[in-house]
Design a protein around this ligand. Sequence first.
Ligand SMILES: Nc1ncnc2c1ncn2[C@@H]1O[C@H](COP(=O)(O)OP(=O)(O)OP(=O)(O)O)[C@@H](O)[C@H]1O
Ligand SMILES: [Mg+2]
Length: 498
Amino acid sequence: MIDSPDIVAQDAPAQAVPQGAAVADVHTATASRNRHHQRWQELLHLNRDLVAQSNPLLVSGRLTKVTGLVMEAVGLRMAVGSTCWIELPNTRIEAEVVGFAGDRLFLMPENDVQGLVPGARVTPAEPMRAPVAPGQSQLPRRRSSDLARHLPVGEHLLGRVLDGAGRPLDQFGPLLESKSAPLQSRPINPLERAAIKEALDVGVRAINSLLTVGRGQRMGLFAGSGVGKSVLLGMMARYTSADVIVVGLIGERGREVKEFITDILGQEGLRRSVVVAAPADTSPLMRLQGAAYATTIAEYFRDQGKNVLLIMDSLTRYAMAQREIALAIGEPPATKGYPPSVFAKLPQLVERAGNGAEGGGSITAFYTVLTEGDDQQDPIADSARAILDGHIVLSRRLAEQGHYPAIDIEASISRAMNHLVSPQHFLQVQRFKHMYAHYQRNHDLISVGAYVKGSDPLLDQAIQLYPHMEHFLKQGMYESEVYTASMGKFSDLFPNEG
Ligand SMILES: Nc1ncnc2c1ncn2[C@@H]1O[C@H](COP(=O)(O)OP(=O)(O)OP(=O)(O)O)[C@@H](O)[C@H]1O
Ligand SMILES: [Mg+2]
């Protein structure tokens, strides 16, 4: 115990005494008061140190129900989005709070739930924060996004392959540095974002010239399965002029992760890349987290002033993971089985990419979107088209003809393009599309020989130009074409309109 200081001397009343004695008494009173203050100060300091050393209370709850993916726990008050441990005899399982109803918390496991028993102890992964001690400043984490889970970020991630929880999947050992960033970031003030002004060289001729992408633009790559999305993304990963490439492989086949890294990225590409892989066999929570983590890493590099290329394969699997979670905790499905929260999550993720403040770095992002059977009504494709700054549509018909990359020029658009290229080039692109479309519409007629030359001057011109246009659009998987060369070859298609 600490003795309380003597406070009797504090208010000694001043009495009328002779002059000389009065001066001496005043000195004595001041000295005693100073001593008194000092003792109080010492006591307060001691108490402050004791409070700072105290252990935070460890609270725990119990597991009451497990159905499918969702678990319920009682006896705990934890924020949605926070992490907890479920204790088992030999191990423990990490879970996240995804919702609550009354006193019951809904939890979702990060991995497998094998071996859970009724009544298992549930403890928060982060202990309660100690109160701020006097003299100490408030923790900088003030907003709800700051309280979100923190995962490793930094230069040391370059060349590494990680899972959705920031654990290395490659053979290069543990991550040693300790810098971390929250999985949910604060939204950027839209007025502070730099505009998309500078064209980005993606190394693919058809995109560079006909669908010019700007630094900080967010594009969708729409296609059915097996049409060449991954190969095209790989080409862009290898040839785009970016400082850092962040690849999020979300919900795709596990086999493809290795293929993407060894065959598509290669040693050279991997050196400037960070790969976050959460394939289809991981929990839906891990898949959501993987996409958020890849975005967090991209944001980190952008905030260092770097130009980042973010590749996410696929946005549809991300939406499906959110659907799994939302349906499991009882959210009603709205559009084609997708609950409303899915449509809220998509823009939240996509809006994190893009340009930072003026003069800072950028995140140019490509998200793949699965459209089965050219289903334009697919709610995810619909929603993605509305929130992205353009879409590149891949066509199965072209792929079947061996026309790679199978970009459907007529159906694709880059919404920032008119700010990036000259008005003359923009007009030529419209002309190219017009002629290409005109030829396609009359293709059957031409191929059966039913078209009589001279009856449609535009079609005559299109027939003459078509082989050149087709040759221009095709590009080998391991062939790159820089921006200036793409633009040069494009204007060579229209020699008379210099
Ligand atoms: N540029 C190209 N040149 C030659 N062949 C290609 C090209 N692009 C794609 N292909 C062929 O198409 C196949 C499928 O491509 P890819 O794996 O990229 O499709 P995907 O759309 O990602 O499919 P999934 O939806 O199943 O992930 C490849 O294995 C390859 O044979
Ligand atoms: Mg693929």
